[in-house]
Design a protein around this ligand. Structure first.
Ligand code: EPZ
Length: 424
């Protein structure tokens, strides 16, 4: 397993280009399953999770062509099998997103249940309940979801029990080819939902209200090919801005979209950062100051994103004052706490709430990544701590951060990957 060695204590300075969003790329790469034509998707990040979803498509006989400059061409007219196998789905739970499109376009699908993951049980009951309401026959057997539809899915009015990003994406895609109109109430409002609705509209889908909590889809007979780009990664953006704020530095994120992360920018300003923005860039200048402690609670977009909770906790560990963090989305998303405490952080967890007492300085330490966003909080702590930090189980990081070492080195960080193979 690769490790990352970070020599911390340096202020980060410079520009970093933001990649396409992992959580937008995954549903976008699945959407061509609905189309009778070639779909070209741009700004696709080179990430393990993207590789996995392309493997799932390839296993189903879909033609996937990697072009240069981060473009992928997908032609699902060559599909030969509607099965998403366990050995792939278990490594990337978002594979469940193939279920809706396969049922809508081909009338059948067998998709392995994703199973839980480190941050929570993450069931897919809302996805299945909605598909049944649209007329699908759903059976869960031997760890697989077997779906079948006689004829077309039927549009209907659906109300999700809780805001679910994946559930909204699965049903949004299924509804585009359903007979009649589907209204999704209590829909997720994340920018990734809007990106997905935009590519579906480019294919000829009729969708209103994406980005609000009520999405209306008028089903059509078929969808055609198109070309569309993945939006910038708002979580990667927030992660690099946190790195600048924690090291007292000055960083500009480019190819970014300031409108995607108002809640995060407001909290960074509350922590004392000077933030300026342009149409596709965000500039954070900490002016050498120590951040002030900032309390927050995670909630569905446009509130503070759960995917930024671990990174902002790292910032609070060295901030002036005490902060309270409430994690309201996932039941087990504090696994970075014991690892942050190895740096000398003072964090107490009480159920879904963490109390952080800021310390002047963190001490470098050997630590272990437990999940994707937790691994970034350890990188941030390593960048701020004096001395050499070694982070193990880097594969968690590689799932969601493109060219991390290169981007951080470009900002003046001193770090290198210790590859398990060569041990170098
Ligand atoms: C997406 O996961 C993201 N992943 C997650 O990012 C993100 O944390 C999450 O949305 C919330 O914003 C991708 O987009 C690939 P949910 P998803 O369905 O869709 C419960 C990262 O680090 N729920 O919105 O799986 C669920 O257990 C990842 O990039 C049900 O109970 O999240 C959770 O408590 C981590 N039943 C809550 O809803 C369901 O059928 C929100 O889950 C569906 C969800």
């Amino acid at each position: 397993m690769d490790k990352l060695l970070i020599s911390g204590g340096r202020a980060l300075r410079g520009e970093v280009r933001i990649s396409g969003a992992k959580n937008a790329a995954l549903p976008l790469l699945v959407s061509p399953l609905l189309a009778d034509g070639v779909v070209t998707i741009g700004n696709v990040p080179h990430l393990q999770d993207v590789t996995t979803i392309l493997q799932v498509l390839g296993r189903m006989g879909v033609t996937v062509t990697m072009m240069e400059n981060n473009q992928v061409e997908i032609d699902a007219r060559t599909l030969t099998s509607a099965v998403a196998p366990y050995e792939l789905v278990r490594t990337m739970r978002a594979s469940i997103l193939v279920l809706g499109p396969l049922l809508a376009r081909h009338g059948e699908a067998s998709v392995s249940l994703p199973g839980g993951c480190a941050i929570g049980s993450r069931p897919v009951d809302q996805h299945l309940k909605a598909l049944v309401a649209m007329g699908a026959d759903i059976r869960v057997e031997n760890g697989y979801v077997h779906g079948k539809v006689n004829g077309r899915l039927k549009g209907t009015r659906l109300v999700f029990d809780m805001v679910t990003v994946g559930g909204t994406e699965n049903i949004l895609m299924a509804a585009t080819l359903a007979e009649g109109t589907t209204v999704i109430e209590n829909a997720a409002r994340e920018p990734e939902i809007v990106n997905l609705a935009d590519i579906l509209k480019a294919m000829g889908a009729k969708i209103e209200g994406a980005g609000t909590d009520t999405i209306t889809v008028h089903g059509v007979e078929s969808l055609h090919g198109c070309t569309h780009d993945v939006i910038p990664d708002r979580i990667e953006t927030g992660s690099y801005l946190c790195a600048a704020a924690m090291t007292g530095g000055h960083v500009r994120t480019t190819a970014a979209d300031p409108k995607q992360l108002d809640a995060v920018l407001l909290k960074l300003q509350e922590a004392g950062a000077v933030i300026t923005t342009g149409p596709d860039w965000i500039d954070l200048d900490m002016q050498g100051r120590r951040p002030k402690a900032v309390s927050f609670r995670t909630a569905p977009h446009p509130a503070f994103p759960t995917d930024m909770q671990a990174q902002f906790m790292a910032l609070n560990t060295i901030a002036e004052g005490t902060s309270t963090i409430a994690e309201t989305i996932f039941e087990n998303r504090f696994m970075h706490v014991p690892e942050l405490c190895r740096f000398g952080a003072k964090v107490a967890v009480d159920g879904h709430t963490a109390i952080v007492t800021g310390v002047e300085k963190l001490q470098a330490a050997p630590v272990m990544a437990t999940d994707l966003r937790a691994s970034m909080s350890l990188v941030l702590a390593g960048l701020a701590a004096e001395g050499d930090t070694v982070i193990d189980r880097l594969y968690h990081m590689d799932r969601g951060y493109e060219r991390l070492e290169e981007k951080l080195a470009g900002l003046g960080a001193q770090l290198r990957r210790i590859s398990a193979r060569s041990g170098s």
